[in-house]
Design a protein around this ligand. Structure first.
Ligand code: PHE
Length: 355
């Protein structure tokens, strides 16, 4: 019997035995390793007479492929066997009590966004979204803030290209424009989301959150705005009485414009909303400027309405007694564990917003 045949028979015999991954790897190296039988046979090729060399090489290749195939098949079989036995043995008993499970928490900002959405949905607002990366048209021009308008500088904008066409939105107001371009009045929406300005200290972060509100219909006036905000702030802080004051202000996209402060007092180092004689600014608002309506092809003689922009992070700090804004964005697990919320306690209007 030729050497090649001998090798083949020897190893086919070995491969028919009961093997595991280690013994297969052993066989593999005996055959194809540096000093393996097949590798050695190839080395001997040179010493053969020319007429025998061709046949020998072809026979050897043939056997090599056959053995290789057999080995691969064996490995595959073993892997399938292993998976099947794992599946059979690893049973999950879902009726067992939980053990040492680390439970995740809902971030206060997410919680507050859910609370706000609940409150506004109760009085007919739906929720809209817009992109964080905006173009300057939606962020400024369409909102009656043309080139060279001083309000553009006041926003400390992060521009994303040299031409200043793309930017990180500096407020959620561009969602007003996007919403109105998409549909026909009336509109009654809120739009919570991230906003960005190049600013950072204890009360300012380069990324923060706002919720935009927009209500456009035929007979909407400033009284509706006041009523809506009054209802919102009372519901949000879960109190029956609040002190609220409208201060004249200026935004290019509203006329008249106002900033709203809420009254509070410090009792034993804690903020109590609705009492006392201290004031805290929490939002900007006003009646949507006719130019903004014209920019989205709405006739300002027929339709009008109000808009507001509330700082979400500040509301969360006030309601949950958090005194440094920067902690929101530090992803410190201990902080989240303390200030975070149970994921199963979703805020709802009928059961309560926070507990
Ligand atoms: N976009 C304004 C800001 O970020 C807030 C605002 C929204 C004011 C809507 C009026 C109306 O400061």
């Amino acid at each position: 019997m030729s050497d090649i045949k001998k090798i083949k028979n020897e190893f086919l015999h070995k491969l028919n035995a009961d093997l595991n991954i280690e013994s297969i790897n052993q066989i593999k190296s005996e055959l194809f390793g540096k000093k393996g039988k097949i590798s050695n046979s190839f080395k001997n090729l040179g010493s053969l007479p020319t007429e025998e060399r061709k046949k020998f090489a072809s026979d050897l290749n043939f056997v090599k492929d056959e053995l290789q195939e057999k080995i691969n098949k064996k490995i595959q079989e073993l892997e399938i066997k292993e998976i099947n036995s794992k599946l059979e043995n690893e049973k999950v008993d879902v009726t067992l009590p939980e053990r040492n499970i680390v439970q995740g928490k809902i971030h206060p900002v997410s919680q507050v966004i859910d609370e706000i959405s609940c409150i506004f949905s109760e009085i007919g607002f739906s929720v809209e979204e817009g992109p964080d990366v905006e173009n300057e048209h939606y962020n400024f021009t369409a909102l009656n803030t043309p080139d060279n308008h001083p309000a553009r500088d006041m926003h400390d904008t992060f521009y994303l290209n040299d031409k200043k066409e793309l930017l990180l939105r500096t407020h959620t107001s561009p969602v007003q424009v996007r919403t109105m371009l998409k549909g026909k009045p009336p509109f009654k929406i809120i739009a919570p989301g991230r906003t960005y300005r190049s600013d950072s200290d204890q009360t300012h972060a380069p990324m923060f959150h706002q919720v935009e509100g927009l209500h456009i219909d035929k007979y909407i006036n400033m009284g509706h705005l006041k009523g809506c905000l009054n209802y919102f702030i009372k519901s949000f802080f879960e109190v029956d009485k609040i002190k609220m004051r409208f201060r004249p202000s200026h935004f290019p996209f509203t006329e008249p414009s106002a900033e709203v402060d809420i009254g509070y007092e410090l009792k034993d180092g804690k903020i109590v909303i609705g009492e006392g004689d201290k004031w805290l600014e929490i939002l900007g608002c006003g009646m949507v400027h006719p130019n903004v309506l014209k920019n989205v092809k709405i006739n300002p003689d027929k339709y009008q309405g109000y808009a507001f922009g509330i700082g979400i992070d500040r509301l969360a700090m006030l309601k949950y007694g958090i005194n440094d804004l920067r902690a929101f964005f530090e992803t410190d697990y201990r902080w989240l564990n303390h200030f975070g919320f149970d994921p199963l306690d979703v805020p709802s209007n009928y059961r309560g917003l926070s507990r």
